[in-house]
Design a protein around this ligand. Structure first.
Ligand SMILES: [Zn+2]
Length: 273
């Protein structure tokens, strides 16, 4: 894994006082001070910069006037006292704005790592001069940042909501149901299908509530609430460990507050009969 960093000239020219270290799995964290953002002076001293070529293709995150340019560096270059923290843990600690920057950075880093060869003719790609894209010099094919659209939602029946502990969730965490949208599907069709496949019930009255990027490594979650329309719970054991109906007074352990899953659950609970 190659970590990435801000070059000195990026934060000097932008006036930013802070920078963010990112690599594929997470961002730099200072446990003693609980800081995520590395003071630029420390970064300049601690980390070797590799400016060649990277500027055009590595501009990956921004906030206001701050342009964050990430460049290759070595693990060992992290200053003493700093460590890499996985993105899931980081998102639970960062505020929403910084969490969005970290997520975007890690997501784009993943795209950079997986776009080095042309998907059509397998030639090595080059960073495009103007677009945020990699282009094949042989056949011209362009590879832009990619993310997969997913649906996620809470099913409501009277005074209770349907929650599930998925095989990919931590044990004991009950979340909204979710899945990838397949080619040719609408988001609504995908959620109806996913709920039927994963827990066996039918739903109706879907309402779209909002979306959230999910950088593990690159999904866009489209959030729904829907009404139960019939059927018995019958879980797909390849996807779901356990699922059940829960009321306000009988809640299992829920996902962290920064997740759209939790936000959808809270929204649904507030509106229960
Ligand atoms: Zn090609």
């Amino acid at each position: 894994m190659t970590p990435y960093m801000l070059p000195e000239q990026a934060w000097l020219s932008s006036g930013a006082e802070l920078c963010l270290l990112v690599h594929t799995e997470g961002i730099a964290f200072h446990p003693a001070s609980r800081q995520f953002l590395l003071p630029a002076a420390s970064a300049a001293k601690a980390i070797e910069r590799e400016l060649a070529q990277a500027q055009a293709l590595c501009l990956i995150a921004y906030r206001g006037d701050e342009s964050l340019v990430l460049l290759p560096a070595e693990h060992s270059d992290l200053p003493e006292g700093w460590q890499w923290l996985d993105l899931r843990s980081a998102l639970a600690l960062l505020n929403e704005e910084d969490g969005a920057i970290a997520g975007r950075a890690v997501q784009l880093k993943h795209w950079m790592d997986t776009s080095r060869y042309c998907g059509r003719c397998s030639s090595p790609t080059q960073a495009h001069q103007r677009e945020r894209a990699y282009q094949c010099p042989e056949c011209g094919f362009m590879q832009f940042p990619q993310f997969a659209p997913c649906v996620i939602g809470v099913v409501v029946d009277g005074d209770r909501v349907l929650l599930a502990n998925g095989v990919k969730h931590k044990a004991g965490i009950y979340a909204a149901l979710a899945g990838f949208i397949e080619a040719g599907e609408t988001a609504e069709q995908a959620f109806v299908r996913e709920v039927k496949e994963e827990v066996g019930v039918d739903i109706c009255n879907l309402v779209y509530l909002g979306s959230q990027p999910w950088p593990f490594p690159g999904q866009l979650m489209l959030g729904f609430i829907a009404d139960y329309a019939g059927g018995e719970l019958n879980i797909d054991e390849n996807e779901i460990v356990d699922a059940g109906w829960y009321s306000k007074h009988n809640l299992p352990q829920l996902p962290p507050e920064h997740t759209i899953s939790r936000q959808l659950i809270d929204y649904a609970l507030e509106r229960l009969n």
